[in-house]
Design a protein around this ligand. Structure first.
Ligand SMILES: NC(=O)C1=CN([C@@H]2O[C@H](COP(=O)(O)OP(=O)(O)OC[C@H]3O[C@@H](n4cnc5c(N)ncnc54)[C@H](OP(=O)(O)O)[C@@H]3O)[C@@H](O)[C@H]2O)C=CC1
Ligand SMILES: CC(=O)N[C@@H](CCC(=O)OP(=O)(O)O)C(=O)O
Length: 344
């Protein structure tokens, strides 16, 4: 049994960590922080967790208390993990950061996209990008994990087989992506209001979104060269879910794209390549740590269309964070992550 802490326990990814960890046989949640709810019992804020965390209370973030844990998850806005990670690592605590603080290898690029100086550039060399389907062996050895973003997870998993095999034009990739409103966090914001978000849909960040450099970095690694990517996110009237429709122009010849995808993910417990002709739905991954993919080649032409769905809060955040924890501590990869999706 290991002890873990969660910084940012009142947010959507924080409560999702609690929900999933409640079924984890090897983990006990020792500390959970919130500045606004310090002193409140977790089950008073989240009654769905009654019977699981009845003695757990939110407390102010405290490096000493968190440093007594084997691992700490950061489910906080950008910049918070920068400030605390070093101190925790020095105390021997492993850090799994759900924010974007350690995802980009280049501190100057991070500062440009996040509008603030990078707060811990000295840690960038050792941080490991926590996409298990790419970095499984490095994750096992890591002390500091940067959990991929939600859109970047859906897009990279959908394009990796094609780029690794050199089958599409790396200069002209299109990722047309839709997210549910929990992607924007639990804080009150006008675009997330029921009357603003329901029965409507809109693109945002079309000229440049902060996930663009992260996705380009990962796809560039897969392709072995810089990629040209158009990425347009949309806000849709659903609570959870990401749907990515990915377009590439085939350059290499390959008769069996379905087989290519099935082979690439054959040993991956959290990627499901669906049968030919499928159209995966976001509700089929609701609440589970799974990316479902379908590959299409309309009219047998030179365009390949990949459909990729995840739950932004699970495979796009908290579930993937727990998968990383399982690898770092040598647990069964499925621990805490085995339940099937909610339907409907
Ligand atoms: N929502 C999603 O789908 C995804 C989110 N992420 C990332 O995960 C992180 C958390 O997201 P989400 O759960 O949606 O965010 P929320 O806005 O829902 O929650 C943020 C949490 O962080 C705490 N917090 C805020 N500021 C600070 C601070 N300065 N120091 C310590 N704690 C702080 C808040 O509690 P309090 O203010 O009371 O301390 C709250 O518990 C973000 O970086 C987000 O980008 C990643 C993938 C998907
Ligand atoms: C709908 C919505 O607002 N989504 C968020 C992305 C989700 C997220 O939390 O971003 P990270 O994965 O980088 O942490 C956004 O566009 O900024």
């Amino acid at each position: 049994m290991i002890k873990v802490g969660i910084v940012g326990g009142t947010g959507y990814t924080g409560v999702e960590l609690l929900r999933l960890l409640a079924q984890h046989p090897e983990v006990e949640v020792e500390a959970i922080t919130s500045r606004s709810e310090a002193g409140l019992c977790v089950t008073d804020l989240y009654p769905n967790l009654r019977g699981h965390y009845d003695n757990l209370t939110f407390s102010e973030p405290d490096a000493k208390r968190l440093g007594a844990c084997d691992a700490v998850f950061f489910a906080t806005p950008h910049g918070v993990a920068h400030a605390l990670a070093s101190e925790l690592l020095e105390q021997g605590t492993r850090v799994i950061d759900l924010s974007a603080d350690f995802r980009l290898r280049d501190a100057a690029e991070w500062a440009e996209w996040y509008g603030q100086p990078h707060g811990a550039p000295e840690l960038l060399d050792e941080s490991v990008y926590g996409l298990p389907e790419v970095n499984r062996d490095r994750i096992r050895e890591a002390r500091l994990i940067a959990v991929p973003g939600c859109y970047p997870t859906a897009v990279q998993l959908g394009l990796l087989p094609l780029l690794e095999a050199g089958l599409i034009d790396a200069e002209r990739i299109i990722a047309d992506c839709k997210s549910g409103v929990t992607g924007a966090g639990r804080g009150a914001k006008v675009p997330s209001l029921l009357a603003e978000a329901s029965e409507s849909m809109k693109a945002y960040g079309a000229s440049g979104h902060r996930h663009l450099p992260e996705i380009r970095q990962g796809l560039g690694d897969a392709a072995g060269r810089a990629v040209g990517l158009t990425f347009v996110p949309h806000l849709t009237p659903m609570i959870r879910g990401i749907h990515a429709t990915l377009y590439g122009r085939l350059t290499g010849s390959h008769d069996d794209l379905q087989g290519l995808f099935e082979q690439r993910f054959a040993n991956e417990p959290f990627v499901d390549v669906m049968p030919p002709g499928s159209h995966p739905e976001t509700r089929s991954v609701k609440g589970v740590n799974l990316c479902r993919l379908a590959v299409h080649r309309p009219g047998d032409g030179d365009t390949v269309v990949v459909l990729s769905v995840i739950d932004n809060l699970v495979k796009g955040a908290s579930g993937q964070a727990i998968h990383n924890l399982n690898l770092m501590f040598g647990f069964d990869e499925n621990a805490g992550l085995a339940a099937p999706a909610l339907m409907p």
